[in-house]
Write a protein that binds this ligand. Structure first.
Ligand SMILES: NC(=O)c1ccc[n+]([C@@H]2O[C@H](COP(=O)([O-])OP(=O)(O)OC[C@H]3O[C@@H](n4cnc5c(N)ncnc54)[C@H](OP(=O)(O)O)[C@@H]3O)[C@@H](O)[C@H]2O)c1
Length: 272
């Protein structure tokens, strides 16, 4: 028997989460999704096979964990919709980028709130979700929220002010890897490798390098040193990347994403 879960916002992340909960052993009757449009309601019911309703309040009522998976700009109107049905028995698990736990606490009173940032490898139960806890979230409530997040991967507890940086690092992170893969494929093609071969080479390289990074107790620097012989090919490539400011570029990109997360959060909270 699992905690019952209502996922409010049947979009990309809502669908990933519902799928992950089913794979992790949740029964269909323990789950409900809320969509906003009838077309999406039908589509997701067909694809995921979980009951989907068009009324977020109906979905939220009585479910132990209420997951907020709408865009940050839709959070305030969702809060207005569900405010009458939320009780202190429930846990709010918000995945909305930039929106603070305080926003939910001000709306719902002394209710347990957990704010988290997962990422899309959730599709293969390989997400990393950083989470922080609100003022009224006790051990059991946090356990219930973490149980939901663990259905799609790993979790890590951090202080709330770091969540915008997390959004910029691991929330956005898959996109950086995809961009690097795109660039590498294009470069391979310019070197004369046919596209289909370039794609296979790059995709499998990303998967293999990811496994080395994740599964060995070795730092990225050490792994890179192992494949960089003095005067060799990797050294030549890394020299160009370093000289052209690769690290500074990554740092600027992450800073821009973190700032955007803060900005979206401020807007969602009704600030400027
Ligand atoms: N995508 C990621 O990689 C990622 C990673 C971590 C966290 N997040 C966070 O997850 C949240 C959702 O992102 P997403 O990419 O899944 O966005 P999305 O695909 O746009 O999904 C949001 C869904 O919520 C629906 N919705 C909005 N208001 C609603 C309401 N009042 N009742 C019921 N449904 C409602 C939207 O309906 P419509 O179809 O009518 O628009 C949409 O289908 C965001 O806050 C984002 O910050 C995303």
């Amino acid at each position: 028997m699992h905690d019952t879960v209502a996922v409010l916002g049947a979009g990309a992340i809502g669908e990933l989460l519902a799928g992950g909960l089913l794979r992790a052993g949740w029964e269909r009757r323990e789950l409900v999704l809320a969509a906003r449009r009838p077309e999406r309601q039908k589509e997701i019911e067909l694809r995921v096979g979980v009951r989907t309703v068009l009324d977020a309040a109906e979905a939220a009522r009585g479910h132990r964990v209420v997951v907020v998976t709408v865009k940050p700009g839709d959070v305030l109107s969702l809060i207005e919709q569900i405010r009458p049905v939320i009780t202190s028995e429930q846990v709010i698990l918000s995945l909305a980028a930039g929106v603070s736990t305080q926003v939910f606490e001000e709306a719902f009173g002394e209710v347990a709130v957990v704010r988290a940032m997962p990422n899309t490898p959730a599709l293969f139960d390989e997400a990393i979700s950083a989470y922080c806890v609100g003022r009224f979230a006790g051990r059991e409530a946090v356990g219930a929220a973490v149980g939901v997040l663990e259905a799609v991967g790993q979790t890590i507890l951090l202080d709330e002010p770091l969540l915008d940086a997390v959004t910029a690092v691991s929330g956005t992170g898959p996109a950086y890897v995809f961009l690097l893969a795109e660039a590498l494929i294009e470069a391979a093609i310019r070197e004369g490798i046919p596209r289909h071969a370039a794609e296979r080479l790059v995709k499998q390289t990303a998967r293999g390098a990811g496994m080395l990074l994740a599964d060995l107790d070795t730092s990225p620097e050490q792994l890179r040193a192992q494949v960089t012989s003095p005067g060799g090919t990797t050294a030549a490539a890394v020299h160009v990347l370093e000289e052209r400011g690769f690290r500074a570029l990554v740092e600027d990109a992450v800073r821009a994403a973190a700032e955007r997360s803060r900005e979206l959060g401020r807007r969602a909270e009704g600030g400027s």
